[in-house]
Each structure stands twice: as structure tokens, then as C-alpha cells.
Design a protein around this ligand. Structure first.
Ligand code: EPZ
Length: 435
């Protein structure tokens, strides 16, 4: 597994010059594919996905599904066929689940299908505690009870549906949660009776997941709004239809920020700009010139950008996953920007590395920073703490003067397919080196 081979990127920056030219293709969405693969457990026949991003997290999810007995075949690059008919139980591999927050969504289809699931707390990472209280409370309402089991130093949860079957319920999410909304949408598919989810998240990946389930025969209404209704029924059938994973909106937004910062003439292709309106609006307010197409974005040379303040918010607000690339952008704009990270309590720690590069950033509290610009960034040795800050460090290194080293490339590979290959194609001086 590539995590054991510590790798790093060596990047030579352009010192603020606008030199990048060419096309940047966007891959399929990590946070859509990581829910579509588990959703295949609700089907009685094979399911075929295309445009699946070739990233580490998908590899881990495939391992988890295989560990539970599903047959997962990679037909070609980005095309996966899953045969869920051989799935035997709801026990999730402890080690893999620990490393993949998205593993928590498997509890929905597993409980819905088998009435029992065993899994470890999916674990937090540098961005916050990542509790799962909303999941445990929701399953109680659907007639399941949770107990904790300890094997040595490994603690897992066992969730069992009374009578072996979940029943529908009305669940009001005390906090809008993306994976909780997806998990209970899937749990409702095979539950007895109707499930109503209130204060649901509205991210495009949720609407996309509902589209897939409905294609298989599920009765779901309201996805993309805060109230989703699911009528429980029998196993779903795909009947050989293929389902294409939507473009990754966070990758699109990260590439757009890079293009505005260092682009001379860049086209971002195979994307869905309507899903990043919050970012596009702020970039335009800062003075960036951006040409938006149906499935592409064209960026020519931009200069004299003005500071804008950013508040992260559930969709359709500004996405927390674009906060770190946006802060790199703000270090290059003229003026002061207040950045308010409302979703996670640990998602601003990476800024100390940007300060080491020369950025002028004041930390006000765990949720707020003030960015003053523009600053000339200098190349440094950096450690990517998570995949989004890792990519932000790559962007900062491209803008900086001199050489940067970005360690823990596995974190970036978790969410961005062959990132250095795509960046080289537009002129970035980047190479992957084993430690
Ligand atoms: C999803 O995480 C994404 N991950 C995250 O992307 C993204 O940052 C996040 O949504 C917010 O948009 C995947 O889809 C795999 P939440 P999720 O539940 O669902 C609190 C990336 O880089 N909460 O919407 O885990 C939680 O602590 C990742 O691709 C509870 O309190 O996030 C947070 O403050 C990072 N109890 C808030 O809700 C719970 O039981 C929103 O989190 C669950 C969540």
C-alpha cells in the first residue's frame, strides 16, 4: 500500500508569474464515488460505475467491500463492476475502516440489508474530532441498538436492528451532515415503511446518490432539499445499466484557484461549474476574469486581485473543502480577508506553514483567521496534514519563489488522481520522489 512508501513532491515555483498554459481535466468525484460503491450493497444484481477516480480512498473502499464478500472488478481505468450478491455479513475490516472516514456510510446499507453491522469509530483526522453521534442516534430511531465491543485495544461498535430489520422513522438531524444524510437515505431503502429525513444536507453528491438509487428502483423524493423521504421496499436492480460518477467539484474549485493565481491560458475540462457557484462568485468579486461554459472553465491572465472575506457553510454555501486553497488565493490578493471556518474546529492549523512561506495570517480563534495580502511566498519544506491542505500546499509552492518540498504525498493521493502528471501537462515544475 503506497502509504508505507513515504513520497514527496519537489516543486519549483514561478514567483507569482502567470505561466501555466493548457488543459486540466477534472476526475470523477471522490465524495460521490465513496458513497456509490457502498450503495451497490442494496442491489441484488451487478452494478457498473464509470468515471470512478483512481485514488487511494477508492482502493480502500474496494478493499472494504471485498472484505465483506462483494466481488469488485476493475474492468478498465475508472470502470468498476461490483457484484454484491455474495456479501455474507456486516463486519467491516477494523484497520481499513479506521483509515477511511467514508467507511461510516457502509453502516446504512449493511444495517438495511443484514440488520447488523460491526465497525470501529471511523476516526478523526487533523480537521476535527469527526464524531458519529448523529449516526448512532438515527439508528436508534430506526429500531437498532448499539453496543461497544473491545478486542484487545481495538474498540468497535456493534449495531443490531431489533427483529433483524430496520423500520422507517422521522429523523431530524441536529446538525446538517453530508455522510449522515447519505447513510440514512440508504438505510431507508430496505427499511420497513417510510423514512423522513429533516435538516438534511444538500450537497450535489447527495442528489447524485439519490439519482443512482432511484435508477435501481428506490422510491426517494426531496434529495437536494432539507427534507428527504424514502419509501422502504425490496432489493434494488440495476439491470446492466452503467452509472457515470459526477465530476469532482472540489478538484474543479482547486484547479480554478490555481488557474487564477498562476494561469496564462488555462482550460478546466470535464467539470460542472454550476456546483461551485459560491467559489466563482467570490473569485469574480475579487476581480478575477473567468469564462464559464457548460462543462468547462477558461481562465486567462489575472492580476490586481482584491481581498474578499470567506465564511464556509453547508451547500450551496462556500465549501469547507475549498477553504485551504482559498486561503492560499487570499494571500495573493490586495487587502484584508476574514476567513471563518464554521464546519470543523481543526481546519485552520495548516496556515502556520503558509506563514513560514511568508504569508501574513493572524489566527483569531480555532474558527477564524485574518489574511493580509499580497505577500511574496518563498518555497519551504511542508508536510501535508490532510488531502485538502496538502493540495493547498502544492498550489502555494507553485506560486512561491524557489523550491518547495511537500511531504506525505499519500494524503494528496487519497483524493487527487495522478495530480503531478496533470500539473506537469500545464507547465508546473513538479516531480514525485521517494524518501
Ligand atoms: C463530508 O464529511 C466530506 N467527506 C468532507 O470532505 C466534507 O468536509 C464534509 O462532508 C463537509 O462538507 C465525505 O463525504 C467522505 P459532516 P462528513 O458530517 O460527512 C459534525 C474531504 O476532504 N458531525 O457533514 O464527515 C462534524 O463534526 C472530506 O473530502 C457531528 O457532530 O462531514 C462537522 O462539524 C473532509 N456528529 C459537521 O457535523 C456526527 O455524527 C459536518 O460534518 C457527524 C458529523
Amino acid at each position: 500500500m503506497s502509504e508505507t512508501i513515504k513520497e514527496k513532491f519537489i516543486i519549483n515555483g514561478f514567483a507569482g508569474k502567470k505561466s501555466l498554459k493548457g488543459k486540466l481535466r477534472v476526475s470523477g468525484a471522490k465524495n460521490a464515488a465513496l458513497k456509490l460503491l457502498p450503495a451497490s450493497l442494496l442491489f441484488e444484481d451487478k452494478v457498473l460505475f464509470s468515471n470512478v477516480p483512481e485514488i487511494e480512498d477508492i482502493g480502500r473502499m474496494a478493499d472494504l467491500l471485498r472484505g465483506s464478500g462483494a466481488i469488485v472488478k476493475k474492468k478498465e481505468r475508472g470502470v468498476y463492476e461490483i457484484d454484491p450478491s455474495k456479501i455474507k455479513n456486516g463486519d467491516l475490516d477494523y484497520e481499513i475502516s479506521k483509515r477511511l472516514r467514508a467507511s461510516v456510510v457502509l453502516t446504512g446499507p449493511m444495517l438495511s440489508r443484514f440488520g447488523k453491522v460491526t465497525f470501529p469509530h471511523p476516526g478523526g483526522c487533523v480537521i476535527g474530532a469527526r464524531p458519529i453521534d448523529i449516526f448512532l442516534e438515527g439508528f436508534e430511531k430506526m429500531g437498532a441498538r448499539t453496543s461497544a465491543v473491545k478486542k484487545g485495544d481495538k474498540e468497535s461498535f456493534v449495531i443490531k436492528a431489533r427483529g433483524g430489520k430496520l423500520h422507517g422513522a422521522e429523523i431530524f438531524f441536529k446538525q446538517q451532515s453530508v455522510t449522515a444524510t447519505e447513510t440514512f437515505m440508504m438505510a431507508g431503502v430496505l427499511a420497513k415503511g417510510k423514512t423522513i429525513l429533516k435538516n438534511s444536507a444538500m450537497e450535489p453528491e447527495i442528489t447524485h446518490l439519490a439519482e443512482f438509487l432511484i435508477k435501481g428502483g428506490a422510491k426517494i423524493s426531496g434529495a437536494g432539499t432539507t427534507t428527504i423521504e424514502i419509501e422502504g421496499g425490496g432489493m434494488l436492480k440495476m439491470g446492466g445499466q452503467e452509472f457515470k460518477v459526477m465530476p469532482d467539484r472540489i478538484e474543479t474549485g482547486s484547479f480554478l484557484i490555481l488557474a487564477v493565481l498562476a494561469g496564462k491560458d488555462i482550460e478546466i475540462t470535464d467539470c460542472n461549474p454550476v456546483n461551485i457557484e459560491a467559489l466563482i462568485e467570490l473569485l469574480k468579486l475579487s476581480g478575477a476574469k473567468i469564462k464559464i461554459g457548460e462543462t468547462n472553465i477558461i481562465v486567462k491572465e489575472n492580476k490586481n486581485l482584491k481581498s474578499v472575506s470567506v465564511k464556509t457553510h453547508e451547500y450551496p454555501g462556500f465549501p469547507t473543502d475549498l477553504q485551504s486553497p482559498m486561503v492560499v488565493f487570499l494571500t495573493q490578493t490586495k487587502g484584508e480577508s476574514l476567513v471563518f471556518e464554521t464546519i470543523f474546529e481543526g481546519r485552520l492549523n495548516y496556515t502556520e506553514s503558509l506563514v513560514r512561506m511568508g504569508a501574513n495570517i493572524e489566527i483569531w480563534d480555532p474558527h477564524r483567521i485574518m489574511v493580509k495580502g499580497p505577500s511574496n511566498l518563498k518555497g519551504k519544506v511542508l508536510e501535508s496534514p490532510d488531502l485538502r491542505a496538502g493540495l493547498a500546499f502544492v498550489i502555494a509552492s507553485i506560486v512561491a519563489k524557489g523550491e518547495s518540498v511537500v511531504h506525505n504525498v499519500y494524503n494528496i493521493d487519497r483524493g487527487y488522481e495522478q495530480i503531478e502528471e496533470r500539473l506537469k501537462k500545464i507547465g508546473v515544475d513538479i516531480k514525485r520522489v521517494k524518501n
